[in-house]
Design a protein around this ligand. Structure first.
Ligand code: CP
Length: 310
């Protein structure tokens, strides 16, 4: 592959190759000197036109650990505020003979546009309500490492599914890897036609589904979408769908809890669940962000699975 923009362009074998490469990079990350010369001579531009903590910092760290040169760029500090177009901005950056652009933008479709006009490799780091493919990869890696498999796992995805770019990549990725997926949300947070999601089941009642699940994936409630909406309020959402101490009793003993971050504590997740020592894998997901992004950078820039020099 030249780009990582749409996870549905990747087969189960392609995804597994990335996850297995991430396992190899785990060794690099756990050494005292956490750097390999693997991408020396390559230049990656991180163009973040929207806020980010995890994605931005882990891409930058992944690039440093692979010895690539990084240029961090974007948002209100660029000449886009003076009216410079996206295409002119990209052409300006490409005249530095860069190799890759990692882009986050509030508009869906920006990564594809950059791929079309630039000729360099592009990774989508989250575009509008479209996709966030490296989030899906780090989620799959975490679930695979924790549960020992992906095929046949029962995964519930809970919350603001209709507006979520995380879901735009996660749900197809789980299906590609053979999981059974249930979308769990009030009707107001689902698409008007939930069948477009491609999930196995849709439920409006988390308490009925929780006892069956191997993995419960809580989405961030985008407060701006609930506040002022007739249903549900944030308080109702916590009561009806939030993972609370009470709901812990409904879950299988080995069911794990994922969340992409940032968390709204007391809304979709109570601290009891967010910090639960056996169930919560949220910080494992953050760590997997570096490993899977190292793997994606390396493979897209021409590395092979067996060519890693640790
Ligand atoms: N999960 C995620 O994309 O987090 P950031 O917005 O902090 O990068």
């Amino acid at each position: 592959h030249k780009h990582l923009i749409d996870i549905t362009e990747y087969s189960a074998d392609d995804i597994m190759a990335i996850l297995e490469t991430a396992v190899k990079f785990k060794e690099v990350n756990e050494r005292r000197i956490k750097q390999v010369p693997t991408l020396k001579g390559f230049t990656v531009v991180n163009m973040f036109n929207e806020p980010s903590t995890r994605t931005r910092s882990s891409f930058e760290m992944a690039e440093k650990r692979l010895s690539a040169a990084s240029l961090n760029f974007g948002g209100s500090s660029t000449s886009s505020v003076k009216g410079e177009s996206l295409v002119d901005t990209v052409e300006t950056l490409c005249s530095y003979k860069i190799d890759m652009i990692v882009v986050r933008d509030k508009h869906a479709g920006v990564p594809r546009k950059i791929a079309d006009v630039s000729g360099v490799h592009v990774i989508d780091a989250g575009d509008g309500k479209h996709q966030h493919p490296t989030q899906a990869l780090l989620d799959l890696y975490t679930i695979w490492q924790t549960k020992g498999r992906l095929d046949g796992l029962k995964v519930g995805v809970v919350g603001d599914i209709g507006h979520s770019r995380v879901c735009g990549s996660l749900i197809p990725a789980l299906k590609i890897m053979g999981c059974e997926v249930t979308a769990i949300a009030p009707p107001t947070l689902l698409p008007a036609r939930p069948e477009v999601l491609g999930v196995d089941h849709v439920s409006h009642n988390i308490d009925e589904v929780l006892p069956e699940l191997d993995v419960v994936y809580m989405l961030r409630i985008q407060r701006e979408r609930l506040e002022g909406a007739p249903y549900p309020s944030l308080r109702e959402y916590n009561m009806l769908y939030g993972l609370t101490e009470k709901r812990n009793k409904l879950m299988r003993p080995d069911c794990i809890v994922c969340h992409p971050g940032p968390i709204n504590r007391g809304v979709e997740l109570d601290s009891f669940m967010a910090d639960h020592p056996e169930r919560s894998v949220i910080l494992d997901q953050v760590y997997a962000g570096i490993l899977t992004r190292m793997a994606a950078l390396y493979l897209l820039l021409g590395g092979s699975e067996d060519g890693i020099t640790a």
